[in-house]
Design a protein around this ligand. Structure first.
Ligand SMILES: CC[C@@H](C(=O)O)C(=O)SCCNC(=O)CCNC(=O)[C@H](O)C(C)(C)COP(=O)(O)OP(=O)(O)OC[C@H]1O[C@@H](n2cnc3c(N)ncnc32)[C@H](O)[C@@H]1OP(=O)(O)O
Ligand SMILES: [Co+2]
Length: 144
């Protein structure tokens, strides 16, 4: 297996407004995608990026996640009421090949590839098979 770049760190919050205010106003990150619902995944999400030395975006993204009622993330937030780091997402060139390779290693892939926030297919691997880290794999967007 050869991982591609780290695309984003997923962070769960009980309050999208508070979380955006912290990362934008206190820490100087830029909101590159305003909050939007992905109801099929039970989440409302936004993306921030951090500035590089010239003030442009470095490509270091955080995905801010507020659960919609009833989904897996709502249950996670109940167990972790302060929110916090939730998953890492790595890019791969071919999502189906990555799934097959991980499954051949005996890793538990959680469901079938589905549409992710960047408009390419994603899947998750169980944290117990990934050194305790819930890991998302996403197909690299075309042209990147
Ligand atoms: C918006 C789209 C997308 C994108 O494009 O970027 C997203 O990122 S969506 C993000 C939200 N979606 C998901 O997280 C989907 C995948 N997650 C799941 O399917 C479940 O959350 C889970 C990982 C299978 C856990 O659910 P469940 O088994 O019901 O919960 P438990 O509490 O029983 O946990 C079992 C086990 O796993 C540990 N765990 C749970 N979550 C995490 C985590 N985020 N990081 C590390 N470890 C985690 C939990 O502590 C349990 O451990 P043990 O007790 O030791 O077994
Ligand atoms: Co994600």
């Amino acid at each position: 297996m050869k991982l591609g770049r780290l695309n984003h760190v997923g962070v769960v919050t009980a309050s999208m407004d508070d979380c955006i205010a912290f990362w934008r106003d206190t820490m100087g990150a830029e909101v590159i995608h305003a909050p939007f619902d992905m109801s099929e995944q039970g989440v409302r999400i936004a993306f921030v990026d951090t500035p590089d030395a010239d003030g442009g975006n470095s490509g270091t993204q955080m995905e801010l996640i507020e659960p919609l009622p009833g989904g897996a993330i709502a249950a996670w937030l109940e167990k972790n009421p302060g929110g916090g780091q939730h998953h890492l997402c790595f890019e791969v060139p071919d999502i189906h090949a990555a799934k097959a390779e991980l499954e051949a290693m005996g890793k538990r892939v959680l469901g079938e590839p589905r549409m992710g926030a960047h408009g390419t297919l994603i899947f998750f691997v169980h944290p117990r098979d990934m050194q305790g880290i819930l890991t998302e794999f996403m197909e690299t967007p075309k042209g990147h």
